[in-house]
Design a protein around this ligand. Structure first.
Ligand SMILES: [Zn+2]
Ligand SMILES: [Zn+2]
Length: 289
């Protein structure tokens, strides 16, 4: 059956700070026990992420994939409205028996004896794309390795796209500025320790990229950033754990002192036009340039 969906094969461009993907890795290990094993993960930068997995956990790769590769990133699902939606998708794909949306499907409980790990993960994905809340999202399923490409037995919602080819992430300064005008939506729990944030006005920090929904305790983020700078007591900076935007600790604290600028809890309806007329609206966001 010919695919019902648009298929492209050129290298596409995606906006940095705006791309959230959930990918599937397959091991090409020569060791029998690892060969064909799969790993589902979240990334904002697929090219960089696959390099990290193949260099092992000392270089930011996940511990689960360390020394079990080389890994191939065979596909990536993108088009999520924000990083939290993508992280939820990642979690459900990894844990179909725990996800409330998926555990009702008995056939997803385990890999069939004749099935490869890839085929099992593909089957879970196919189901996920056809159930709520994901079936409503404008998702793109991108094949990165043609050897694995195949059609979905359960047809995907018509608004989704299936494409093949690599993806490059670019930064548009204008895009970042426009995003800076969007108020942050805070989560109730810290994304790093998963505990409730009791006194948000005192202890909550977010990301400098306004389209990122990172919410965390000041201490948790400090510890996270210190992890990248061993031997230090006060972080200098690092990358946001969710979107990889460069964060300067001084800028984060300064913004916190200023009442979080346009990212305050109250809806502060600054339009993009206002921003260009009044550069002082959120000048500290320039630090991300
Ligand atoms: Zn925390
Ligand atoms: Zn971020």
């Amino acid at each position: 059956m010919p695919p019902m969906h648009f298929t492209g094969s050129h290298e596409d461009l995606a906006q940095k700070g705006h791309f959230y993907g959930v990918y599937l890795l397959c091991s090409q290990s020569l060791e029998q026990r690892y060969h064909g094993k799969c790993y589902v993960g979240f990334t904002v930068n697929p090219k960089r992420r696959i390099r990290q997995h193949n260099r092992g956990c000392d270089f930011g790769g996940a511990r689960k994939t360390s020394k079990k590769g080389p890994w191939q990133m065979v596909m990536i699902v993108h088009g999520f409205p924000n990083n939290i939606a993508a992280l939820q998708f990642e979690w459900a794909w990894q844990q179909p028996t725990l996800s409330t949306r998926l555990k009702i499907f008995a056939e997803l409980k385990r890999k069939l004896p004749k099935e490869s790990h890839f085929e099992y993960n593909f089957r879970i994905l196919n189901r996920m794309l056809n159930v709520g809340p994901w079936h409503r999202l404008p998702l793109v399923v991108r094949w990165l390795e043609t050897d694995y490409e195949r059609s979905f037995p359960l047809q995907l919602p018509a608004h989704m796209r299936i494409v093949s080819g690599k993806l490059a992430i670019t930064t548009s300064q204008r895009q970042l500025r426009l995003e800076a005008a969007t108020p942050t939506i805070w989560a109730h729990e810290c994304h790093l320790c998963m505990q409730r944030i009791e006194q948000p006005e005192r202890s909550r920090l977010g990301c400098l990229n306004a389209s990122c929904r990172l919410t965390c305790h000041m201490l948790c983020l400090a510890n996270y950033l210190l992890g990248e700078q061993p031997g230090q007591y006060i972080p200098i900076g690092g990358e946001c754990p969710l979107c990889e935007t460069p964060l300067s600790w001084a800028t984060l604290l300064q913004r916190k002192r200023l009442g979080e600028g346009v990212n305050a809890d109250q809806d502060n309806a600054e339009s993009a036009d206002d921003l260009s007329d009044e550069p002082d609206v959120d000048s500290d966001v320039d630090a991300i340039d």
